[in-house]
Structure formats: C-alpha cells, structure tokens
Ligand binder design. Structure first.
Ligand code: ATP
Ligand code: MG
Length: 470
C-alpha cells in the first residue's frame, strides 16, 4: 500500500512539468480577444487570476498553502459576454474546469448537500483530463498490442494436436512468423479493414443497478453504480465487427489495460485541488434574501448560498475518487444583478469574492465588431451555412452598420438583451434566403443596408411586434 503511494508521489511531479497553462496574462488576453469584443477589464482580471495560480505553484509548499485564490465576481447586464468569457477560458486553460448555473441548486429536488456535486463533476473532468494525458503516453504500445491481437485473430494456426503426424519444423515456424509479419503490415495499412472478426466487448452494467442509482443516491457522495458495478464481475459478450471497427474498440481496451487508474485518480485529485476552476454562472439569481415568507421555490435561495459558502471557503468534499479539498480551487462567479445587487448576497459569500469587475454594456460600434471580428463571428457563421447550400452571401459595409443600428434601437425600445439581439435580428434578416436555399436561391446574394431594413422595417416600427419577434 505504502509502496503504491510512493509511486503516485513520483508521478505527481511529472504533472507539474511545464504545460500549456503557462500562458502569460498578455497571452491569455490575446486569446480571449479572438472571441470576445471589448470587456478589457474582465479579461485582464481573469488573466491575472489564472496566472497567479501558475505563479503559486512555483513557490515553496509552506507559502503555497497560505496563498488562497482571489475569487472573481463578474457583474454586467445580460448578453455582454460573461458566459462567453467562461466558455473561452475553459478551452484555454489546461486545468479541470466546470461551469455551473447557481440556479440549478434551487430547483426542486436539489437539497443542501448536492451543491457539492459541482466538485464531484470537477473531479470527473480532472480524471478525464489526466486519462487523456496518460493515453498519449501509452497509445503507441496499445496500438502494437492491438495489431498483435488482430493478427492472432486473422491467422488461424492449425492446433498442434490436429497434425500429430507432422512434427513441427524450424521452417514452418519461420513461415508462420513471416506470414504474421505481413498480416501486421497489411492490417496497419487498412488492407483487411472489411474483414470480420469476433471480439469480446463489455456488456455494460445490468439494468437493475441503473434503477437504483437513479433514485437520488448521488447524495451519498459515492456513486452506487460504480460501487456495485465494480463488485459485480465484468460481463463481456462476444460480437462480430469489421477489422476497422475492431481497431477502435480494441485500442480502447488496450489503452485501459495499460493505464494505471490509481495514479490517474491521485493525479486528478491533486490537479483539481491545485488548479481546478469553478465558474458559477447566474449567481445573481440566488441573491436576494427572502423577507419573512418561507415558502415557494425561493426558500432555497439563501440556503443555496449557505451551502455554497463552505465550498468556496475551503472544505473537504467526499467524492467517489476520495476526499477533495476545495481551499485552492478558483471560483469565478457571474451575474447580471439587475434585480438583486451583490450586496444582497449573504455577507460571508460576498467576502469570498473580493475581486469585482463590471462588464460594459455594448455600444453600436461593439455590435459592428461582434458581427465580423470574432473567430466564429455571426456573419461568418451565416456565410458558411449558406455556402454549404451553394449561396455566396456578401455583406456590404453598410449592412453591418444597419444591423448594429437596428440592434441598438430594438434594445432601447424593448428590453436590452445585449449581443443576443444580433442573433434575433440576423435570423429575421436572413429568413427568406435561409428558406429558399438551395431550391430558389441565387448563387450570390448581396446583403446591403436596404435589404436589411426591408426585412425588419415593419417589425421595428411596431414596438409591440418587435417585443415578440426580434
Ligand atoms: N463582448 C462580446 N463579444 C463577442 N460576442 C459577444 C459579446 N458579448 C456577447 N456576445 C455574444 O452574445 C451571446 C450572449 O452572451 P453571453 O452568453 O456571454 O451573455 P451573458 O453576459 O452571460 O448574459 P446573461 O447575464 O444573460 O447570462 C453569446 O453567444 C456571444 O457570442
Ligand atoms: Mg450568462
């Protein structure tokens, strides 16, 4: 037991080797800039918070222990990029990351302890991440093993007892070896991809366990399915598959055999504890203290805050992979706070989010940039979609201006939903062509300001109508 622990310790060090999470704040902001327009302060602060984790890892253990993450609260109107920043960050950081909606925990059926499930999910992410890294290391070996297995399936050696009269000669051996070698190369090149072989695959968990584990057992902090699943002998069944299919299935089996799950799990837990990030979205929706009454869905709001508090403050959560300490997990929270205010959160929770950053409302100019600049900007998306049906969409400069202008107007006249307005307007503007393509559409469509206004004129004029349609 102690020995395997030691092994894990050594493998922990390899994880700490330089990785792509060594992005500097400037680089992080540059990456975010590719997707998000404006919101410079929010980008800066999150970049600093991320970098501080890398910095902390370079310090002595005593110092590391004392440096707690500075959690961030992002405040800004709806549709200005809060969630978008989180999404892009998750692609960027090489650390376990999870985004949860705080409102999820106020739903009926979620009681108290289940707030901890966010940490459990984070650990699952961590496990998947570490597994992937391990996989890279063993994949070459696994591929070799798969080839050996496939060769043995395809080359049928006549069993010895069937040829008692023919003693094996040196020659026959080498012949067989040579044949196998050729097969190996052939399989590699895909020459036998359509051949059918019989392979053993996992049958999956018996139905009974599924019924059990669906009835709120997750509360217990352990996953019943895994517990029982491991206790029961793994059932396999034989099925036929083409060699091409078998390659993938067997590769997964071989990789699984070569990966030492114990060290994966201990690395994952370590990684989560040291670098995990939780993005708590819609936190404003659990703010606002109920006054007096204690009925209805609201009861749980303050309760949820109280449940979240220990996790943010640092506690130990029991997961199926063992206890996980949350002291150094970074929490990013975001909310529009147009009904409630950050000061409506319980004071203890406010104190755990010392960094506040306000996101700006988007201007017409921001809208124009959002339409064209991000890596997968809205207009690029539509161009690509219609190009798939053979229509070349061309947006003139003044059409972009017109869409941005309309978005601003409608946001002012009805409700300000930020950049989401661009989506609704573009949908409306391109409705006809989206329907007509490919049957009745021209090969090229010039979308200019006139075209844009024409499509939405009547709706924008009628405020009531635009409330529903745009
Ligand atoms: N600054 C921005 N740059 C580029 N795209 C943006 C920006 N802000 C918003 N968008 C686009 O608008 C959509 C909605 O943004 P997002 O989900 O980030 O809103 P939010 O700030 O989280 O709002 P809510 O408070 O309603 O959750 C996204 O699909 C995103 O593409
Ligand atoms: Mg959001």
């Amino acid at each position: 037991m102690t020995e395997s622990k030691d092994n894990n310790e050594t493998s922990l060090i390899t994880v700490e080797a330089p990785r792509s999470d060594d992005l500097t704040p400037v680089q992080i902001v540059a990456e975010l800039d590719k997707h998000i327009i404006g919101q410079d302060r929010a980008k800066r602060i999150t970049a600093i918070a991320l970098r501080n984790r890398t910095r902390r890892r370079m310090l002595t253990p005593e110092l590391q222990k004392d440096i707690i993450p500075k959690n961030i609260l992002m405040i800004g109107p709806t549709g200005v990029g809060k969630t978008e920043i989180a999404r892009r960050l998750s692609d960027l950081v090489d650390a376990p990351f999870i985004k949860v909606e705080a409102t999820k925990y106020t739903e009926v059926g979620y009681v108290g302890r289940d707030v901890e499930s966010m940490i459990r999910e984070l650990v699952e992410n961590g496990v998947r991440m570490v597994q992937k890294r391990y996989r890279v290391r063993v994949e070459a070996q696994a591929e070799e093993n798969v080839l050996t297995r496939l060769v043995n399936m395809l080359v049928h050696e006549p069993p010895k007892h069937q040829r008692p009269d023919r003693p094996e000669t040196e020659d026959e051996f080498t012949q067989l070896d040579r044949l196998k070698e050729r097969m190996r190369e052939g399989i590699k090149r895909g020459q036998f991809d359509t051949h059918v072989v019989n392979i053993e695959v996992d049958e999956g968990t018996p139905k009974m366990i599924e019924i059990f584990s669906n009835s709120g057992m997750e509360e217990m902090g352990v996953n019943l399915q895994d517990m029982l699943g491991n206790m029961m002998p793994k059932r396999t069944k034989s099925r036929s598959a083409t060699v091409a299919e078998a390659k993938t299935i067997l590769l997964n089996q071989e990789v699984e055999k070569l990966i030492d799950m114990d060290s994966v799990i201990s690395e994952a837990v370590h990684l989560v504890e040291q670098s995990g990030i939780v993005f708590l979205d819609e936190i404003d929706k659990i703010a606002g203290r109920e006054k007096g009454s204690s009925s209805g869905p609201d009861v749980s709001r303050e309760g949820v805050q109280r449940d979240i508090l220990p996790i943010v403050e640092g506690c130990t959560v029991v997961t199926k992979h063992g206890p996980v300490k949350t002291d150094h997990i970074l929490f990013l929270a975001a909310g529009a706070f147009h009904v409630s205010k950050p000061s409506d959160l319980i004071p203890e929770l406010q104190g755990r989010f010392p960094l506040r950053v306000e996101l700006d409302s988007l201007t017409k100019d921001d809208f124009k940039r959002i339409l064209v600049e991000p890596k997968s900007a809205l207009l690029k998306q539509y161009r690509a979609l219609l190009a798939a049906d053979g229509v070349d969409l061309i947006f003139t400069e003044d059409s972009i201006d017109a869409v941005a202008e309309l978005a601003t107007t409608v946001n002012e006249q009805t409700e300000n939903i930020g950049a989401r307005r661009l989506h609704t307007i573009m949908e409306k503007v391109l409705e006809d062509i989206s329907f007509d393509a490919p049957d009745n559409a021209p090969p090229t469509l010039n979308v200019d300001a006139e075209y844009v206004r024409e499509r939405v004129r009547d709706i924008v004029k009628d405020v009531d109508l635009s409330r529903y349609i745009l």
